[in-house]
Design a protein around this ligand. Structure first.
Ligand code: RBF
Ligand code: MG
Length: 145
């Protein structure tokens, strides 16, 4: 799908700490996420699923597509605090992001957060988000950030 980029995007998120998550991204879903400390800008966004690029600080001219979940994870019965989690579309061979600060750019909104009838449906939907992210990111090519 050719989604126009809304004027509020891109949103650059400067180096932000990774905090520990619930430990179920990798184990239960097979979709690891880095849980990011929230800030004013992220807090001001509506909950939902977004796409963009992760900007590694140690590799110049390199970006990796990422899908971001922002919200209360209704499938898991709603968190008390908004969680910001990014799934980077790259095989980091088990590298952990704990203790790192990461930068990323949010390019657009994909869909609202939803509850699903089963874990498998949640996983399927996230995998669809990842496919859409790959398509949009390869098209839009914001490789200059
Ligand atoms: N959790 C939900 O409860 N509903 C969602 O619609 C939802 N969408 C997500 C989309 C993406 C791209 C990602 C990475 C995560 C999503 N999650 C969603 C969060 C998921 O439940 C969470 O990553 C795991 O529970 C690990 O904390
Ligand atoms: Mg996580």
């Amino acid at each position: 799908p050719d989604k126009p980029i809304s004027p509020r995007f891109p949103i650059l998120v400067r180096p932000t700490a990774i905090i520990s998550g619930f430990g179920r991204g990798s184990s239960e879903l097979g979709i690891p996420t880095a849980n990011v400390e929230s800030n004013e800008v992220l807090n001001s966004l509506e909950t939902g699923v977004y796409f963009g690029y992760y900007l590694p600080s140690n590799e110049l001219n390199q970006v990796y597509a990422m899908s971001m979940s922002l919200g209360y994870n209704p499938f898991y019965g709603n968190l008390i605090e908004k969680a910001v989690e990014i799934h980077i579309i790259h095989d980091f061979k088990g590298k952990s992001f704990y203790g790192c600060n990461i930068s990323f750019v949010i390019l657009g909104y994909l869909r609202p957060e939803l509850n699903f009838s089963s874990l498998q449906v949640l996983i399927d939907e996230i995998n669809k988000d990842v496919e859409i992210t790959k398509q949009l990111c390869s098209k839009e090519g914001y490789l200059s950030y």
